[in-house]
Design a protein around this ligand. Structure first.
Ligand code: ATP
Ligand code: MG
Length: 405
């Protein structure tokens, strides 16, 4: 007698065991050697009983979901003929009276007392909730991907428009400053001619002439700063590298500003610092950088002030320090002073003249050399600007530059 017949016929699967099986949250069926269901728990019957066709005594592989599933049919054959257990994931189980279910099936062979294959037990775990959650997640992911794609495209479009607007603005500034330069040169030329003729005729030139000349110089300066910045933006600016004696460049910049300093009785003091500092850089641009910062120190320092300049460094990096005991920069303005057109306290700066472009040009030059500028300042006490530069050529961070040796 088979092991299953023995159990079911002798009613060994008593009431207590039946209750345990019926309350299990899985469906369990026992199959005889021929694959017919000999016993099934409550869930299995709910799942597989069909009207007028109870599952008991029917072959499991004849149920519609398995009949049409070649792979599963083969697995049951292997189980019943060769005792091969299997695990099958996600069987879509559609029965009219039930919602579509997803089942994970585990099936193992049963052996009789002589260890001969005598049937099987097949257990189905309801995996519907997990499968639905997974499907929902996949749908959500798909929607999310679509949204991210659409947003990225929008951002790309906006970026493109922004770039076009910036390019247009740069082009406008470049064109405008170029167009303005010609009439300014003509005015200056005529004024110079008028002053020269007046000198020859020994007549006095009106005071307004020197005022006009000063304003023309100021405007020419602004236009040249604007042209430099538009060149930076258009990435047409290049660095011409050569070996530079930094001490000499500092002295040269100081000397050209000596008159300005003397007018305010300001002393330029060159402190002894590192010796023989040679670096690779663009001499004209670094001189412009030094001039701008020393000029600022003079501009924003009261009469009889002091400006100390010194170099520190080694064979890799140099620091040029320019310290003044001038009016200083309020803490809240410090983060912005390198922005274009930014001027601390317009009224305070206006009497000194300027456009607020100087430091943004300085920063570009330092960064183009792979360096940077740091500032410490206290209002009413003074400021110290430090230009940090590498001695050798170093790639400029975030700047697209073409180098020329
Ligand atoms: N040494 C300094 N002491 C105090 N304030 C300073 C100093 N250097 C710069 N500043 C402040 O930072 C602002 C920006 O400086 P920046 O050199 O860019 O412009 P500017 O000197 O006003 O004009 P310009 O374009 O002619 O240089 C200045 O207006 C000034 O308020
Ligand atoms: Mg300046």
């Amino acid at each position: 007698m088979s092991i299953i017949d023995k159990f079911s016929k002798t009613k060994k699967l008593d009431e207590f065991n039946r209750r345990i099986l019926d309350s299990a949250p899985v469906s369990v069926v026992a199959l005889n050697k021929d694959g017919a269901v000999v016993t099934a728990n409550r869930l299995a019957m709910e799942l597989m009983d069909e009207p007028q066709m109870p599952i008991i005594n029917r072959k499991l592989v004849d149920t519609s979901e398995i009949k049409n599933n070649q792979k599963l049919k083969e697995l049951y054959e292997g189980l019943l003929e060769r005792g091969k257990p299997f695990y099958y994931e996600n069987l879509a189980y559609k029965k009219k009276s039930l919602h579509a279910r997803h089942l994970n099936i585990i099936a193992v062979p049963l052996f009789d007392d002589d260890k001969k294959l005598d049937g099987a037990i097949s257990i189905a775990l309801d995996n519907t909730e997990a499968t639905r959650a997974k499907q929902k997640l996949q749908e959500l992911n798909k929607n999310l991907e679509k949204k991210v794609f659409a947003r990225t495209k929008q951002l790309d479009d906006i970026n493109k428009k922004l770039r076009e607007a910036i390019e247009l603005k740069s082009k406008f500034i470049a064109d405008a400053s170029h167009e303005l330069r010609t009439p300014l040169t003509v005015i200056q030329g005529n004024l110079d001619l008028y002053i020269r003729e007046a000198k020859i005729k020994k007549t006095k030139t009106p005071y307004a002439c020197s005022l006009i000349l000063n304003e023309i110089k100021r405007m020419t300066g602004i236009l040249s700063d604007l042209a430099i910045l538009t060149n930076f933006d258009a990435k047409t600016e290049t660095l011409h590298y050569e070996e530079i004696d930094l001490k000499k460049s500092i002295k040269a910049a100081g000397q050209s500003l000596q008159v300005l300093a003397e007018q305010k009785k300001i002393r330029l003091i060159y402190k002894r610092g590192a010796k023989n500092i040679k670096i690779l850089g663009d001499e004209a641009k670094l001189e412009k950088l030094l001039l701008n910062i020393i000029r600022n120190a003079i501009k924003y320092t009261e009469e009889k002030g002091k400006i100390k300049i010194w170099i520190e460094g080694n064979s890799k990096f140099v620091k040029v320090n320019i310290q003044d005991n001038g009016i200083g920069i309020p803490k809240e303005d410090l983060p912005y002073i390198f922005e274009r057109f930014y001027r601390v306290d317009k009224a305070r700066s206006r009497q000194e003249g300027g456009t607020g472009l100087g430091l943004s040009i300085c920063l570009w030059i330092a960064e183009a050399h792979g360096g940077y500028i740091s500032v410490e300042s206290e209002e009413g006490k003074g400021s110290i600007f430090t230009i940090h530069l590498p001695c050798k050529k170093k790639a400029a961070k975030g700047l697209d530059l073409r180098y020329k040796d």
